[in-house]
Design a protein around this ligand. Structure first.
Ligand code: F6R
Length: 262
């Protein structure tokens, strides 16, 4: 794991966007795995800026999102489909046919999940997967005790996640769907690179458990210790509990410039 600590979420987001931009420049038909939530929004804004001002071309890119709420139509303003349109897709030139999210209204959810996995395979696998992290250590909606080799499937959200996400539903927990479709941890681990972002002190405990704790399904993100290319972009407040914080900074500061967005 590579731990990249920046003073602010703003700086982290720009650095993370550069990694994605390099990937897309070097392989224009890259397959990107994307996340929703508050964390990646600033990074998406930077990608939009690069597209608009620097001509970063997404016309051959394919995307797969991590997850979607079950029972919300794509037109619902809290569906992840809607979120992605509003926060990213409507500003980029990714062909609509190349954009994939699980369908929370699928009639046959197991068949839909199997099809989603098959589509990822058919696209050649994911080059870079963007991840946020839940305060309970979840990645995508793989909540604590999820199988570390799970595939795309239906999951039940924990009470903690329902509480965390109620802020998007006018603070009303009863409005938050109980189920979601999520890529599995096994699916995420097959991405060629994982790029995890975490900002704010509310993520500090999940971050220290992920990076320096034991690998455990109680902290699903900790499996990233087993990934051969996982980058963790965090701000100072998310880094407060890391024992080796100064070491990570020292390592990153010593890297040659050309290596920083690789
Ligand atoms: C979203 C997702 C979730 C979020 C996580 C953090 O697609 O998969 O795992 O990344 O819940 O959410 P925020 O960024 O809102 O703190």
């Amino acid at each position: 794991m590579e731990i990249i600590i920046s003073q602010t979420a703003e700086e982290s987001s720009v650095l993370a966007a550069r990694v994605i931009a390099r990937q897309v420049r070097e392989k224009p038909d890259s397959v990107l795995g994307l996340a929703t939530g508050s964390t990646p929004i600033r990074m998406y804004q930077e990608l939009i800026r690069m597209h608009q001002e620097e001509g970063l071309d997404f016309s051959r890119v394919t995307t797969f999102n991590l997850d979607e709420y079950v029972g919300l139509p794509r037109t619902h303003d809290q569906s992840y489909y809607y979120f992605m349109q509003e926060q990213l897709f409507k500003y980029l030139n990714i062909p609509a046919a190349n954009i994939h999210l699980p369908d929370g209204m699928a009639a046959d959810i197991p068949a839909h999940c199997a099809e989603y996995e098959a589509q990822i395979q058919a696209a050649g696998g994911i080059d870079i997967q963007v991840l946020g992290i839940g305060s309970d250590g979840h990645i995508a909606f793989n909540e604590p005790t999820s199988s570390l080799s799970s595939r795309t499937r239906i999951k039940t959200l924990t009470e903690q996640t329902i509480e965390d996400n109620s802020r998007f539903f006018d603070g009303d927990e009863t409005q938050v769907p109980r189920h979601c479709i999520t890529m599995g941890i096994g699916t995420i681990m097959e991405a060629r690179m994982n790029l995890l972002l975490a900002f704010g002190e509310g993520k500090a405990e999940a971050v220290v458990q992920t990076v320096e704790g034991p690998i455990s399904s109680m902290i699903p993100a900790s499996i990233l210790q087993h990934h051969q290319s996982a980058k963790v972009f965090i701000d100072e407040s998310a880094a407060t509990k890391l024992k080796l914080k100064e070491y990570y900074k020292w390592v990153y500061a010593g890297k040659p410039e050309w290596q920083k967005d690789q």
